[in-house]
Design a protein around this ligand. Sequence first.
Ligand SMILES: [Zn+2]
Ligand SMILES: [Zn+2]
Length: 133
Amino acid sequence: MKSLKIVLIVVCLAGAAVFFWMNTRNVDSIPDNPDTATNWMCATCKSVFLLSASEVADEERKLGQSAPLTCRACAAVQAYRAMQCVKCETFYIFSEEAPGGAARCPVCFPTPPNRNSPVETEPEEDELELLRL
Ligand SMILES: [Zn+2]
Ligand SMILES: [Zn+2]
C-alpha cells in the first residue's frame, strides 16, 4: 500500500512538472515568425493583412473572442481568417458565418445570385411551348 502511495506522488509530481514546463514554453515561445502568420481579411474594407500567431493571440486576448479581429487598415472589428485560392490566387474570407464569407473561392465557385429561388423551375421553356401552340 505504501509503494502505491509513492507511485501516485511521483506521477503527480511528474504531471505538475510537465504542466509547468509546457506552460513556460508557451509563454516565451509563441512563434512570431512568418511561418506561423495567417491571412486575415476585413469584411468591411476587404483589405488583406498578415498576423503572426502572437499578434492573433494578443488580439484575441484584447477582444475576448477569436474572430472577428480588428482590421489593420480601417480598425473595424470585422477581420476574419482569409484563404488564398490556389487556382486564381484570390483572397476570400474562409468563414460562412462572416458577412461575405465563403467556404470556397467565390471566383472559381460563384454562388448563384438567387439562392432562395427554386432551381428546378424553367419558365422560359413553358413559354416557348405556349408560343408554338
Ligand atoms: Zn478594414
Ligand atoms: Zn479561385
